[in-house]
Design a protein around this ligand. Structure first.
Ligand code: HEC
Ligand code: HEC
Length: 298
């Protein structure tokens, strides 16, 4: 699909006033709020910071437990970085890109900013970029990957719904989790209600997307949550792969998903690295093990 941005992104990220002080510290300005997802997308072990800004005097409004309504002027930012050493974050990090979704006159605009080597600012790019990234993983092993910053068409491949750009992560069921605020654990939706970011509703009405990394949750729920956040942006009824008979959306009843009749295809496509179609360059080992166990259990 074609990108129909109606907002002109400034050349430098600093002009969007997302961060204050030393930009590399990733300290958000007061009008940006951190958010966390119950189940996030796997992207080659990159660390991610997610921020939302809702215009002053406006709120997100609940529709159901999926995406809320976002007022014009909403900005969503996802910044990708790697710690030099995952076990020693104090050794520093390399920030790669900050992806933006900006809602203007009902249209979501997509853009990404590539951080400079000195990590003082980032520049708007539309045509994609490849860079090699090194880090030390959780087991203390050196890793290197060919990181790909997507071009605008690639953003649209995952973020489209009926040929329009939409956000993916901030569905109410995926925001419905506990977060630590000033040292205290709180439900994130209640926290957002206190901040006036979202309208008032009873959060008991909202389902919750399980955290697929939590071993205490049933295999079935973890498997479904993994497929939802890693595959369903394309494999749902209005996504890029809508002609494939697979719907991985968590709120679609299991019988309508075709998961049980496509067990071999799913394992093969995933274990050979053919799927996800774009967005990763290496296989998510933990994800593969989870998916295999889940599919074997069916
Ligand atoms: C391979 C699929 C894929 C591609 C390509 C992709 N995204 Fe996303 N993006 C996702 C998923 C899935 C999420 C939600 C999960 C998460 O945040 O971990 C997301 C989240 C985001 C967010 C946070 C708000 C939201 O929608 O959840 C922003 C902003 C964003 N993407 C912008 C971009 C931009 C800009 C591009 C292109 C430069 C892009 N994305 C390319 C899949 C993709
Ligand atoms: C960026 C979009 C995108 C993402 C993300 C994605 N897919 Fe796909 N998938 C497609 C498209 C398009 C096709 C059909 C064309 C092809 O096979 O390349 C497809 C085909 C498939 C098929 C083959 C179906 C058949 O009948 O042959 C399977 C199985 C599959 N995907 C599983 C997955 C799984 C599992 C994930 C997540 C780990 C995933 N896909 C993520 C776009 C995507």
């Amino acid at each position: 699909m074609d990108i129909e941005n109606n907002f002109k992104f400034p050349q430098y990220l600093s002009e969007l006033n997302v961060y204050h002080g030393n930009m590399a510290d990733l300290i958000p300005e007061n009008d940006f709020q951190l958010y966390e997802l119950a189940s996030p997308l796997f992207t080659d072990y990159a660390e991610k910071q997610r921020l939302i800004k809702v215009p002053f005097n406006a709120t997100l409004t609940k529709v159901n437990d999926g995406l809320p309504d976002f007022p014009d002027g909403t900005v969503l930012v996802k910044t990708f970085f790697y710690y030099q050493d995952v076990q020693k974050p104090e050794l520093g990090k390399r920030i790669i890109e900050s992806r933006i979704l900006q809602k203007n006159n009902s249209v979501w605009n997509v853009g990404t900013y590539l951080w400079n080597e000195t990590q003082t600012d980032a520049t708007f790019i539309e045509s994609g970029y490849n860079t090699s990234v090194n880090w030390i993983d959780v087991e203390g092993k050196p890793q290197v990957i060919a990181y790909h910053v997507p071009n605008s068409r690639e953003c649209a491949a995952c973020h489209q719904s009926d040929k329009e750009i939409i956000p993916i992560g901030p569905k109410l069921r995926n925001l419905n989790r506990d977060v630590i605020v000033d040292g205290i654990s709180k439900n994130q939706l209640i926290h957002f209600q206190h901040l006036g970011l979202i309208d008032g509703f009873n959060i008991d009405e909202i389902d919750n997307l399980p955290a697929y990394s939590n071993p205490d949750i049933s295999l079935e729920e973890r498997g479904r949550a993994y497929l939802d956040i890693n595959c369903a942006h394309c494999h749902r009824d209005d996504g890029l792969a809508d002609d494939v008979d697979l719907n991985f959306d968590y709120d679609v009843p299991f019988v309508e998903t075709s998961i049980s009749s496509s067990k071999d295809k799913i394992s093969n496509q995933f274990s050979t690295g053919k799927m996800p179609l774009i967005g990763t360059s290496i296989i998510d080992k933990e994800g593969l093990e989870l998916l295999k166990n889940y599919i074997d259990s069916l």
